[in-house]
Design a binder for this molecule. Structure first.
Ligand code: UD2
Length: 312
C-alpha cells in the first residue's frame, strides 16, 4: 500500500492512505464539474454505484495529477504463445503511445518463443520483461493458464513493488488514451460483443456442475477475459480464485464454456467490480462502430483463428 504526505498546515504533515480517498494537488485549475450536465446516451454508474468509464465522464488531467503525486507503478501482463508472437510488436509499440504515458509501467510478456521478441524502444521509466512459458497444443489451455502464470508472477516478483496490474490480450492494439481513469480496486471491462444484449444471451457457463456456473436470470454484464485489472491485491485474489476453480473443474472433467473468461464472469458476479470500463477499453476491429463509442482505446485486431491457433 502506498502512503504519501499531504501538507495540512504549513507546519504539519498528515499521513494519508490513498486507498481511503483521492488527494488532489492544491491550486490545480480545471473545468468546473457539473452534476446536471453530462453524458445522457450511456449509463455511467452500476446499480452498486461503481463508475462505468466512458469518454467525457472524467478529467484526465485531474486524475493524472492525483496519481502522479503517488508515483504509482503499473504492470501489464500479456501472453504471446505460438504464432501469437506476431501481435507483440504492434501491442508494445501502441502501448508506448497510449497506455499510462508518463507513468512507471512494466510490461511482462509471457511467451514460448523468447527468441522472437520484437525490439521495441521504451520510454524512461518503462520496461519490458520476458518470461518463458510452455507451449501447448490447445488454445484453450494457453488462454486459461494465464490466471496461474499471473498468480505466480505476483507471488514471485510483484508483491510489495507494484500498485496496479492489468491483464490484456495480445492480439490487440491501443488506439487512444488508457490511463489513470481506469484505476481502482477491482476493474472489469464490458465485452464489446454483448453490451446491448439481455443477460439471457450472455455466454456464461450454464452447467451447474461447473464452478463458473451462472444461472439463467442472474448476472450483471458480460465482462471480457481479454482485459481486466485493478490493485495488485484484488487481482491476486481474482486470479488465484479463477485458477483454483478452473483446476477444480478440470478434476471433475469439465472445462467452462469460455475457459478463464467464464470463471472471471462468475467471480465478478459475486465480487462486484469497483470500476467498470466501457467497451471503449476493449473493442473488436470487426465490430461496426456505434454512436456511443466516441473513442476506441484498445481493440482486438481481425485474425484468422484457423491460421494462428494450434487447434480449432
Ligand atoms: C476471448 C477473450 C480472451 C479469452 C478467450 C476465451 C476477449 C476480447 N477475448 O478471445 O481473453 O477469454 O475468449 O478463452 O475478451 N493466446 C496465445 N496463443 C494462442 C492462443 C491464445 O498466446 O495460441 C493468448 C493471447 O494472449 C490471446 C489470448 O490468449 O490474446 C486469448 O486468446 P484468443 O485471443 O485467441 O481468444 P478469443 O479471441 O476467443
Amino acid at each position: 500500500m502506498l502512503y504519501f504526505y499531504s501538507s495540512y498546515r504549513s507546519t504539519e504533515s498528515v499521513r494519508i492512505n490513498h486507498a481511503l480517498h483521492l488527494v488532489a494537488p492544491d491550486h490545480l485549475l480545471y473545468q468546473q464539474p457539473s452534476i446536471v450536465k453530462g453524458r445522457t446516451d450511456v449509463v455511467t454508474v452500476t446499480p452498486w454505484l461503481a463508475p462505468i468509464v466512458w469518454e467525457k465522464t472524467f478529467n484526465p488531467e485531474l486524475l493524472d495529477s492525483i496519481y502522479r503525486q503517488q508515483n504509482i507503478s503499473v504492470v501489464a501482463t500479456v501472453f504471446a504463445v505460438g504464432k501469437y508472437v506476431m501481435f507483440l510488436k504492434d501491442f508494445l509499440e501502441t502501448a508506448e503511445q497510449h497506455f499510462f504515458v508518463g507513468f512507471r509501467v512494466h510490461i511482462y510478456v509471457f511467451t514460448d518463443r523468447p527468441d522472437e521478441m520484437p525490439q521495441v524502444e521504451m520510454a524512461t521509466n518503462r520496461a519490458v520483461t520476458v518470461r518463458t512459458v510452455p507451449s501447448s497444443n490447445r488454445w484453450q489451455t494457453i488462454s486459461a493458464r494465464r490466471m496461474e502464470f499471473i498468480q505466480t508472477l505476483i507471488e514471485e516478483k510483484l508483491q510489495g513493488s507494484t500498485d496496479y496490474i492489468f491483464c490484456l490480450d495480445v492480439d490487440s492494439k491501443f488506439h487512444g488514451h488508457w490511463g489513470t481513469e481506469s484505476l481502482s480496486g477491482l476493474v472489469a471491462v464490458i465485452h464489446p460483443g454483448y453490451y446491448r444484449d439481455p443477460r439471457s444471451k450472455f455466454p456464461y457457463e450454464r452447467r451447474a456442475q461447473s464452478s463458473a456456473y451462472i444461472a439463467v436470470g442472474e448476472g450483471d454484464f458480460y465482462y471480457c477475459g481479454g482485459a481486466f485489472g485493478g490493485s495488485l491485491d484484488e487481482v491476486y485474489l481474482l486470479v488465484k480464485t479463477c485458477r483454483l476453480n478452473f483446476e477444480a473443474d478440470a478434476a471433475e472433467g469439465i472445462e467452462a464454456t469460455w475457459q478463464e473468461e467464464s470463471h472471471l464472469n462468475r467471480y465478478m458476479w459475486i465480487n462486484k467490480p469497483s470500476k467498470v470500463l466501457s467497451p471503449e477499453y476493449l473493442w473488436q476491429d470487426f465490430n461496426p462502430r456505434r454512436q456511443e463509442i466516441r473513442i476506441i482505446r484498445f481493440s482486438g485486431v481481425d485474425k484468422n483463428y484457423a491460421d494462428i491457433r494450434p487447434n480449432n
